[in-house]
Write a protein that binds this ligand. Structure first.
Ligand code: GLU
Length: 294
């Protein structure tokens, strides 16, 4: 008999607002993917940007528990782990794998791009600056971001929903101009150090996964398997927002929210245990769920 995987899955909300029904559904799916494969399940509060929103984070944990998501270990808070990101950033810089970038968002969007580079991909403007050029830039006052010196243009990840997915790797930011570790770096470091080997999240992040996986590989971390699940959209085909009506657990109530989630998955279930018994990743709806509140 093969032993169960020792790894873990996770849900990693940013505490910017109460979880809406779409976030809750993604959390339920992440839990199902993990538990159905014998993995542990961890929660990480991604509060590097939203350090002041402790109350929102706590409400998110309360809502996750209310819907029946269970987790192992104490939830982790990114803002309490700054040293671990800083250590990795120093390591990258020491190895010549990071460089200072003085570009504004506008500079990047207006710079000429390679023919197939997507909008927003970094065109490499500051990659080969000389020491003298860098000294001049420093005098302009804009504190530089630190970018990864990537040696690949693209990278391939394994995704349980999308199959083998190849996407762009550019010289992405690892530390922002304000000194805060960038999301793409923090997520890779946290997943690896927590033993997370299964990343289930909304498919708005699918295109970030090659960058993250590339960085994980560069740092000698194991590659997680991904499952980017369809998002919930409103009747106009847009990302769901407050004005779409009742969307949070407080507004819907637990029974209604759970019922909507199971209905959207076409696996009617009484509770999470029941849902787990029925969970079949192959039968996961591939289309966004169009949410229309009653
Ligand atoms: N914190 C991100 C969000 O709430 C998710 C990051 C991830 O799952 O990698 O959108």
């Amino acid at each position: 008999m093969s032993s169960p995987p020792s790894g873990a899955g996770r849900f990693a909300p940013s505490p910017s607002a109460d979880l809406h029904i779409g976030n809750l559904r993604t959390a339920v799916l992440a839990w199902l993917f993990a538990r159905s494969t014998g993995r542990r399940f961890l929660i990480r509060i991604e509060d590097l940007d939203d350090r002041t929103h402790d109350d929102v984070a706590r409400q998110q944990l309360t809502d996750l528990a209310a819907i029946g998501v269970t987790w192992d270990d104490q939830p982790q808070w990114q803002s309490r782990q700054r040293q671990r990101y800083d250590a990795v950033i120093v390591r990258l810089a020491d190895q010549g794998l990071a460089y200072e970038c003085y570009c504004s968002r506008k500079d990047i969007l207006s710079a000429p791009r390679a023919p197939h580079a997507p909008e927003g991909a970094y065109p490499g403007t500051c990659r080969e600056l000389s020491d003298a050029e860098r000294a001049t830039k420093r005098e302009t006052g804009r504190p530089p971001a630190l970018r990864l010196r990537a040696e690949a243009d693209e990278y391939t990840v394994t995704d349980l929903v999308h199959g083998s997915y190849t996407g762009v790797v550019d010289d992405f930011v690892v530390r922002r101009g304000d000194g805060v570790p960038a999301y793409n770096l923090a997520v890779v470091v946290d997943d690896a150090l927590s033993g997370i080997d299964q990343v289930v999240r909304g498919d708005d992040l699918l295109s970030s996964s090659p960058r993250q996986s590339y960085l994980a590989n560069l740092l000698g971390y194991p590659q997680p398997v991904y499952a980017h699940v369809p998002l919930v959209i409103n009747a106009e085909g847009k990302r769901m927002a407050k004005r779409d009506g009742a969307v949070t657990l407080a507004e819907l109530g637990v029974a209604e929210a759970f019922g909507l989630i199971t209905k959207s998955l076409s696996w009617p279930a009484a509770d999470m245990a029941d849902l787990l018994r029925q969970f079949d990743p192959a039968a996961l709806p591939r289309q966004p769920w169009i949410y229309q509140p009653a």
